[in-house]
Design a binder for this molecule. Structure first.
Ligand code: KIV
Length: 282
């Protein structure tokens, strides 16, 4: 079995040019599955608001909801590096509040690091969290918590000026001490240029193949819902259909009496049964 993945493991992978695999997971079972196939990083993303809770965006997700899911994931995981995603307004109001909330992730759920969205404007906050001993992953490009400000879920960095702004943000996050940066929905050549210039790993989602690693959302990559998928998602399985088929078969078996069969029932000694039946029938 592999050893626990730490920040040093991730740094070594980056130095050795070994791509980093990251996937979201939100519960015990999913974490066990991801860890069992040696995924490097499990992100307890605030995307859980949409794929687990049925919300329209990630904006309403709370600290307590995030901590609840982080605890399940940490319990299911043994060796992957686990990151808790700081929800909207848990780190923007003040650095002190950001440190307190990042600390809650570590103390109350046991994750290895936190992630937060934003570029240059987050530098002071990130420094304060890292000073408290908590590793921070940055996240720029399409930042879903700011969907209202961005005017929708759109590709970022398509003009020379906005690409330059992304690069400036990436440098700022690196200088602030982030151990890695997520680049979401960014043209591949822009992500490649940023990756080339940084000396920390970039983890791409919709950012092409030149980043230091990739991340996908659990429900998207496993085909667990029938919502329209962004073009960058590769579906590795159609578990939603497999589950529907299984549930349909179950419903039919219950209807026809084919389930449960003898092998699904508990036997008892015949003499005990006879005794029981004669007692209740007398
Ligand atoms: O919340 C999330 O799942 C994320 C990933 C898309 C990076 O932030």
């Amino acid at each position: 079995m592999r050893r626990k993945t730490t920040i040093l493991t991730l740094q070594k992978m980056y130095q050795d040019n070994r791509p980093i695999s990251m996937v979201t997971a939100y519960d015990f079972t999913a974490a066990r599955l991801a860890d069992s196939v040696e995924i490097d990083i499990i992100l307890v993303g605030d995307s859980l608001g949409m794929v687990m809770m049925g919300l329209d965006s990630t904006v309403a997700v709370t600290m307590d909801e995030m901590l609840h899911h982080c605890r399940m994931v940490v319990r299911g995981n043994a060796t992957a590096f686990v990151i808790g995603d700081m929800p909207f307004l848990s780190y923007e109001v003040s650095s002190a509040e950001a440190v307190r909330n990042a600390g809650r992730f570590m103390k109350e759920s046991g994750v290895d690091a936190v992630k937060l969205e934003g570029g240059r404007e987050m530098v002071e906050t990130i420094r304060a969290i890292i000073r408290a001993g908590i590793p921070v992953m940055g996240h720029i490009g399409l930042t879903p918590q700011s969907v209202s400000k961005l005017g929708g879920y759109r590709v970022q960095g398509k003009s020379a000026e906005s690409a330059q702004a992304l690069l400036d943000d990436a440098y700022a996050l690196q200088n602030a001490g982030c151990f890695a940066v997520v680049l979401e929905a960014v043209p591949a050549p822009v992500a490649a240029a940023i990756t080339e210039r940084l000396n920390i790993p970039t983890i791409g989602i919709g950012a092409g193949g030149s980043t230091s690693g990739q991340v996908l959302v659990w429900h998207d990559m496993l085909g667990l819902h029938d919502k329209q998928l962004p073009r960058f998602v590769k579906q590795y399985a159609q578990l939603g259909n497999a589950i529907k088929q299984a549930l349909t078969q179950y419903r039919e078996d219950v209807g026809t009496g084919d389930f449960p069969a003898v092998e699904h029932t508990y036997p008892m000694p015949q003499e005990e049964l006879d005794k029981f039946l004669s007692a209740i029938n007398s």
